[in-house]
Write a protein of this length. Structure first.
Length: 165
């Protein structure tokens, strides 16, 4: 999937609370030109007003805002928090993974949501991330390769492809 850039994978993000996790998770997206500061400001503002609407299941957040709120390029990130954090969703806290979604239009939004949903439902990316200790270049490459090849990976072939299992 062309929307996953290796530079948007972080397997060791350190944050003290959910706001800092959102801010730090967004910093690389700003640096790489995927969003501008308005995206993070909007995300924090909406989260404080509406609650963590982007917690999609136990331990997983999918932070995103509308395209006109600072999205500059299509894509998504994959972030593992160094320590799980409470985001204010009693059923699904603490959050360990954040997948930021950036879509310039509704068609791309739907396409990315479908892909991310398949990855999350499959769950193997999280098993793999747990085995890949540290935010090393090798581990980032392993996660990146897994995501790029996700559609082509069969149930019994991940061990051969990832090098981490």
């Amino acid at each position: 999937m062309e929307e996953i850039n290796k530079k948007l994978i972080n397997l060791d993000l350190e944050a003290e609370n959910w706001e800092e996790a959102i801010e730090k998770g967004g910093e690389i997206l700003i640096k790489e030109g995927y969003i501008d500061k308005k995206y993070i400001e909007s995300l924090l503002k909406i989260s404080k007003r509406e609650g963590p609407y982007y917690i999609i299941t136990k331990g997983i957040a999918l932070p995103h805002v509308r395209p006109d709120e600072g999205v500059r390029k299509n894509g998504f990130s994959f972030v593992r928090l160094r320590k799980p954090l409470n985001f204010g969703n009693k059923e699904n806290d603490p959050v360990k993974y954040m997948i930021f979604l950036m879509a310039l239009d509704s068609e791309k939004h739907i396409s990315l949501i479908r892909f991310i949903t398949k990855v999350v439902e499959d769950g193997k990316i999280f098993e793999l991330a747990e085995k890949c200790k540290g935010n090393t270049g090798k581990n980032i490459n392993i996660i990146h390769r897994y995501l790029i090849n996700f559609e082509n990976i069969g149930d019994d072939s991940d061990e051969k492809r990832t090098g981490c299992l």
